[in-house]
Design a protein. Sequence first.
Length: 209
Amino acid sequence: MRCNPLSTDRPDASANGGNFGALIRHYRRHHRPRTAKELKFFETMSSFELAVHHATLAIDRRGKRFGHQCRIPLASLKRAKVLLEAAIPRLKGCTTFHELHSLLLQVLGGVHGLGELYVYDTALRLGASRGRSHYPEFIYLHRGTRLGARVLGLAASASYIARDQLPAPLRTLEPFEAEDFLCIYRDQFRNVKANPHIHTDDGKTSGDE
């Protein structure tokens, strides 16, 4: 099965001044459309069962893998499909993204080859199929977003962070967009020159006494 690799198009921080505004504009132009298209695909699913099929196998309408999951063994994806299909009644009983994400962690925790990113992406896609009430309220951390959070001085050891913990400019993004942003632009954060009022792990902002 062919993969659709995640775009590696990233701005040169030295060329754009390295400020959050420039990075956010770049995200909205180059990455938001991809995410919106993917989630719209799940929002318009004819049934939750069909959403589970596509989400667990990480495939789009053409049967091609989503970029994040292109290297996961097919056997692991098929195992996830079996487990989550058996859990559909419990999945339908989840009323928030957090409940959905927690259930996926529980059900898929022992499957070889499936990490935090797979669980998050699958929960996000299934949540989209249930409507806006099942979108994330927090920014969930996995390997890539955790690295970005750490550079910004956020509580990277947590499983998720609140939107108001983000530097002020990033709060203009939806939580699921902020998750994407932390992962994509983590290498650029060290070059940010604007004062973003970065929150540290102890809840203070940089410069607080």
